[in-house]
Design a protein. Sequence first.
Length: 255
Amino acid sequence: MLNQFIEFIDIHSHILPGIDDGAGNFDESLKIAVLAVKNGIGTMVATPHLKEGFYNPSRNDIRTKLAELKRRLRKGKIPLEVLLGMEVSLSPEILNQLEDEMLTINSNGKHLLVELPFQEVPIFAEDLLFQLQLRGLTPIIAHAERNQQIVENPALISKFVNKGCLIQINAVSIAGPREDPIQQLCKKLLRQNLVHLIASDAHHPDERLTSLSKAIEAVERCVGPEKVRELFVENPRKVIDGKVISSGRQGEPPE
């Protein structure tokens, strides 16, 4: 088992209160923080949803709530560093907002966490992801394993990776029951070197955080302890530092 004293980095969470479908108030945010720390997370990126027609939070509101959360974490002596990012719904409107570095992980203008619809991969997705890259951004496809079209055709993941995208899966997905088809998909993706980051996608203080240890064990059994370090520590650190992650040469698409 990976050294228990290593602090993990969670690049996808909804810890900021009252902004989207995540934490409802600061008390819940603090409960998420405490649970995150108990499960080995030392740094968490707050990635509130940006989805036209559903969530379009004020950038000033985000900054204000992040500052207040940090103040409360210090007051409560909760050793969690919270950084800023956003989870952006993949739509053509993104291209009009790219000057806003708040969209990117740690506001460094390098990595953009994008969310696909849950039922399909839009016909414009490939071109739009390419347009993002032309503008100097590396797209990170959030919880790719939850998209129904990808579940039915996992070869789409290989296609995205070979075109320069990074893939993030949720810890709870790999930690699920062994007969769970989503867990089986995650294992296939891991073995094919098609996963670059594992995160909580925590919305509330629940199993998405408490499943972290099970996820680490599952990844270690599947691809070994060094891959655990890469997916939970090294690659997330590169993302928040704005450094390049090599996707590596890909094998055959998962069956």
